[in-house]
Every structure is written in structure tokens, then in C-alpha cells.
Design a binder for this molecule. Structure first.
Ligand code: SF4
Ligand code: SF4
Length: 375
């Protein structure tokens, strides 16, 4: 059995968030259950990009502030760390407001720059190389943002630990997995398993729908969640959004690997009545495909019509080349002042969309996918 705590919180006012966070943690026994005096505690937010707070791309500073204060109260030594896809941890933290909160509390912000080789954590697993600072911290508090995700459908608790892969090594992970989302999800679960955050908190007060995680539409979901089991937390959040948990590739991988709790029946939900925080009509990414529910023999002839590819919007693109640099397969080129994508070699990781600072990388859906998603 795993326990997940949820609570509603409708605004990012510091006092509200602190009260909601205390309510959330009270169900789990308080911060003393997770942090002991003198321990170094990595607070791992989502610091994806250099975006303002109201874009809902990064974890909100009020949530990070509430967590850092409780860690300090418990006698821990918190630090904030990440390895963002665009910008730096410090720059992104400053832009969204986490920098000011951290400075006021005397909490350092660390850019993950060196990796430790962990090797394979299980037979047949992937050889892991993870941020040294994350591996060496006494405890990790993983603070995810509730957002849709072009490649993985949603980015929730388990996916947030991918920021502990340092810099360009993330690209190699995408290359290793290729078009296979389940293989990539398996890598994500193995990262989570290797680092095993003591606590995962999900900031869904204002999250993102549509073409997340970098350029979707902010939406107030009014929810905060927490658990020592990020897989269980993701299971509960998926069901609150009216989505089958098994639609999330990381849930399928966690179940296959026996990591965390993927069955709602074996999860105790504490805090608030789930009915009060239910989320309806979530707009999922246009790139979310349906391959996983369609048998292979049906899928093969329909593959093209069921697939979504990234497509630059020329009027919004300023040819900054961020996507060109980020593309693991190097299939994006600038030719005659326009971007060209070789879709035959594209592995549909949607890193280009995730990292585009202008929100200029759109999605082109196959005709059948478009129809099915509308339904
Ligand atoms: S699509 Fe976005 S990331 Fe790529 S060149 Fe254009 S603006 Fe830059
Ligand atoms: S074009 Fe975009 S989706 Fe395709 S491989 Fe490159 S980064 Fe991934």
C-alpha cells in the first residue's frame, strides 16, 4: 500500500500555499518524517526554461519557498538544483521568481554540471550517469509541475527526475530510446528508482494543458499533491484528470519493473475528498498518439495517419536555432531562412517543441489521429 496526500489550493499567495502545504504534509506525518537535522536536502524543481512565473512552465516559487522553509524548520540544509534544457538553473530560477525566494532564505541554487556513473541498477537495465550533487544529497524532495508533455503525455512526479541527467547527456538518452516511448519511460523509471526521492510534491495549482511542457496553455487546476511514492502520486493525479493511469508511459514502465504502486485500489488517498479536486476536459497534446492501445497488425498500415510530427510555424520562428542544437537526431536544418525537418528520421521526442523559446514549434497530426483525438 502507498499513501498519497492531496489538497486544494486555488492561488499562489504565499500564506495560502504555506497553509495548504502544511495540510498536505500533516497527512504524511510532517516534514520530520522526511528530513533529519543536519541532512543535506536537494529540492529538485522543474526549471525547464527561462520563462516568467505566469507561463506555468517552472515550479512556482511559492511552493519552493514553502518546502524550503519546512526543511529549514526540520533542521535540514536545503539546496535547489537542476539541469535545465534551456538556460541555466540560476537564470531560470531568477526569471520565474525562485531565485528571489532562495536568496531571501539563504538557500543556494546549484547547476548540475558533473555526473557520477551509477551503472545498471537492475539486470537488463540502462547504465545510468546522474548528477553527482543529486546522488550525494542525503535526501531529495522532488517538486514537479503538473503539465502535459508532447512525448510522454504528462510530466508529473517520475518524469521530473530526468533533470538529474546532466546537460547534453539528456540528448543521448533520447537517442538510445529512439521512437520507442516505452523504452524512454523505462529509463525514466530507472532514474527515479536510482535516486529515490524521499518525498515528491506536485504543483498543480496552476499547471499546463495543450502543447506542454514548454508552450502549452496555463490552466488553474487548484491542486497540490505529495507522496513518498511518486508512481502512486502519478497514478492518483492521472485518475483525477479522468485519464487511465496506464496511458502514461512511465506508469506502464513502473508496473513492468515493479517500481512503486500503479494500482489505485492499493493507494490510500488522504487530505481532501478527491471529488473536490477532480479535473475535467483536460486538453492533451496534439502529439499524444494512440499507438499503445492499437495492436501492431492494425497499426502498421495506419502508422502515418496515426502519427504526429513537429512543424515549425514560420511567422513565429525567429531562427534562434535552439531546436536545431537540441534535436537528438540532428534532423532540423535551416535552409533558405526556413526550418526544415526530415520527418523520416525524426524520433518524435518533441524536444524541439519543449525547448522552443518562442512556442513556434507546432504539431502536425496525421488525419486519423486528428479524428480520434477530437472524439
Ligand atoms: S522553432 Fe523555435 S527553437 Fe526552432 S529556430 Fe524557431 S524559434 Fe528557435
Ligand atoms: S525534430 Fe524534434 S521531435 Fe524530431 S527528433 Fe528532432 S527534436 Fe525530436
Amino acid at each position: 500500500m502507498s499513501t498519497v496526500s492531496i489538497t486544494s489550493c486555488r492561488a499562489y499567495e504565499q500564506a495560502y500555499v504555506e497553509a495548504a502545504f502544511d495540510h498536505l504534509l500533516a497527512s504524511l506525518g510532517g516534514m520530520d518524517q522526511f528530513v533529519k537535522p543536519g541532512e543535506s536536502v536537494l529540492i529538485k524543481p522543474n526549471l525547464l526554461a527561462t520563462k516568467a512565473r505566469n507561463k506555468a512552465v517552472n515550479t512556482d516559487p511559492s511552493v519552493i519557498g514553502a518546502i524550503a522553509r519546512r526543511v529549514l524548520d526540520a533542521g535540514g540544509k536545503p539546496f535547489i538544483g537542476d539541469s535545465p534544457g534551456v538556460g541555466t538553473a540560476r537564470k531560470n530560477a531568477d526569471r520565474c521568481g525562485i531565485g528571489a525566494v532562495a536568496d531571501a532564505l539563504g538557500v543556494p541554487i546549484l547547476e548540475f554540471s558533473t555526473s557520477l556513473s551509477i551503472g545498471k541498477t537492475r539486470q537488463g537495465g540502462f547504465p545510468l550517469e546522474l548528477a553527482e550533487a543529486a546522488r550525494n544529497a542525503d535526501a531529495i524532495i522532488n517538486v514537479a509541475k503538473l503539465k502535459t508533455h508532447g512525448q510522454m503525455l504528462m510530466t508529473l512526479g517520475v518524469k521530473n527526475m530526468f533533470g538529474c541527467v546532466v546537460g547534453r547527456r539528456k540528448v543521448q538518452w533520447h537517442l538510445k530510446a529512439g521512437v520507442n516511448r516505452d523504452a524512454f519511460a523505462s529509463m525514466l523509471v530507472q532514474i527515479y528508482e536510482a535516486l529515490k526521492p524521499r518525498l515528491t510534491v506536485l504543483d498543480g495549482i496552476i499547471g499546463m494543458e495543450g502543447n506542454g511542457p514548454g508552450s502549452g496553455t496555463p490552466r488553474p487546476f487548484g491542486i497540490l499533491g505529495a507522496s513518498s511514492d511518486a508512481v502512486a502520486l502519478d497514478t492518483v493525479i492521472m485518475s483525477l484528470m479522468g485519464l487511465l493511469p496506464s496511458r502514461l508511459p512511465t506508469q506502464r514502465a513502473a508496473e513492468a519493473l515493479g517500481v512503486g504502486e500503479t494500482s489505485l485500489e492499493r493507494i490510500t488517498i488522504l487530505g481532501e475528498d478527491p471529488e473536490t479536486v477532480r479535473i475535467s476536459d483536460l486538453r492533451i497534446p496534439e502529439s499524444a498518439d494512440l499507438e499503445w492501445i492499437i495492436p501492431d497488425f492494425v497499426l502498421r498500415p495506419l502508422k502515418k495517419s496515426l502519427t504526429a510530427y513537429p512543424e515549425p510555424e514560420p511567422t513565429a520562428c525567429n531562427l534562434c536555432r535552439v531546436c536545431v542544437e537540441a534535436c537528438p537526431e540532428q534532423v532540423i536544418q535551416v535552409a533558405a531562412d526556413r526550418l526544415r525537418i526530415d520527418t523520416r528520421r525524426c524520433i518524435r521526442c518533441f524536444c524541439c517543441q519543449e525547448l522552443c523559446p518562442q512556442g513556434a514549434m507546432k504539431t502536425r497530426q496525421g488525419w486519423l489521429l486528428k479524428r480520434l483525438q477530437r472524439r
